[in-house]
Design a protein around this ligand. Sequence first.
Ligand SMILES: [Zn+2]
Length: 385
Amino acid sequence: MKIEIDRNGLIALVQDLIRIDSVNPYLDADGPGERQIARFLQERMQAGGLEVRVMPINDTAVNVIGILRGSGGGRSLLLNGHMDTVSAKRMAIKPFDPLHEDGKIYGRGSQDMKGSLGAMIAAVEAVSRAQVPLSGDVILAFVADEEYKSIGTEALVEEYSADAAIVCEPSDLDIGIVHKGFAWISCEVKGKAAHGSRPAEGIDAIVHTGRVLSEIERLSQQLAQKRHPILGPPSVHASLIQGGTELSTYPDHCRLDWERRTIPGETRQEVEQEVAGMLERLRAGDDSFQASAELFFWREPFEVSTDEPIFAALEAACRSRLGRAPDISGFSGWTDAALLQGAGIPTVLFGPCGAGLHGAVEYVETESLVDMANILADTIREFCR
Ligand SMILES: [Zn+2]
C-alpha cells in the first residue's frame, strides 16, 4: 500500500510551528528558547500515540523525543531536527506570522528548519495511520540549540542511539553525506606599554599581531592546495581583533581570534600543531615576539559512506517519489550530523528546498515538504520493516 501524507495537515502544522517564537537565547538575548515549541511537539506526538519524553537541558533549552515502537528485532531509525532558530530581528517579512503564497511558506525558521519538523511529524503520523508493520523503532528527536553550541544533540547522544539517523536540515531534496568541521582559536599577543614618544621602551602588540595575520594569510594559501572531492579545500579566516588602550601608548596586548574550517581527515591535533608552528616561526624570527594561543572550540567534520543501508533506503525512496536520482552533496555549514556520526550512528542529511535561511526573507517550498514527508515515510517503512 502506498503511504500518503496529509498535505493540508502538514502545511497547517508548519505554520503553527513558525508561529511559536523559538529564537535561540544564546544568539539573541530576547529569544525565548525551545520550551514552548517543545511543549507543542510533545502534545502533538502524544496525541499521535507516540511514547514521548521531555529532556530538559537548562532553563531555556529542552529536547523532546517521541518514539513509535516497532514490534522488535528490526533496525531503528532516528530523525533529528533542531527547534531553535536564529534571531528574527532585521527580517523583511513578518517572522512569526507565516504567509503561504505561491507555493512557499514564509517565516523565520520556515526553511531552517520548522518545515522539516513538520515533515518529520507528518511522515510518522502517515506511517502510523497506514498501520505499516514495523519491527524497528522510529525515534523523532527534536533538539535544542543547534544554531549555537548543539547542547541538544550532545545531550541526546548520551542517552539515545539508533541503527541510523537522518538529520533533516534543508538539502534541496538531495542527500548530504559530508560537511566541514571547524576550530576556534584565540591568540593573545603581548607587548610592552610605553609612552608613544619613547619607542625604545615599548613593544607594539598590535603590530606583532599583524605578523600573526600574515601567517594566517600564508596558511590560507597553503590550505587552498588541499582538496576534498566534494567540499574542495579547507580554509582559515581572521574573525575578531581587539587591542590597545589609547592613542599615545604602545599597546601591551592584542587578542586575535580566528576560525579554521576543516575537511574530513584533518584532526584537532594537526590544527593545534599548525597554530603552534606559526607562533614558533614568529618567535624564532624575533625575541621580542611573545604570544600564546589556544584552540578553545572544536567540531569534527562529517562524512558518511554511501555503502550504509540508510543511504540506500533513502536514495530508493527519493527515486520512487521524485522520479530521479537525488544528487549526492556536501553541506557548506556544520550540522548535528557530525555529533550523531561521531557517536557511531550512520547519518545522512536530507531536507526540503527553500531559501533565505538566517536571512531577511526566509521561505520553504511547500511541494518539497510534501515530497520530503512522503520520502521519509517510505524510508521508515523500508529501513524499520
Ligand atoms: Zn539548521
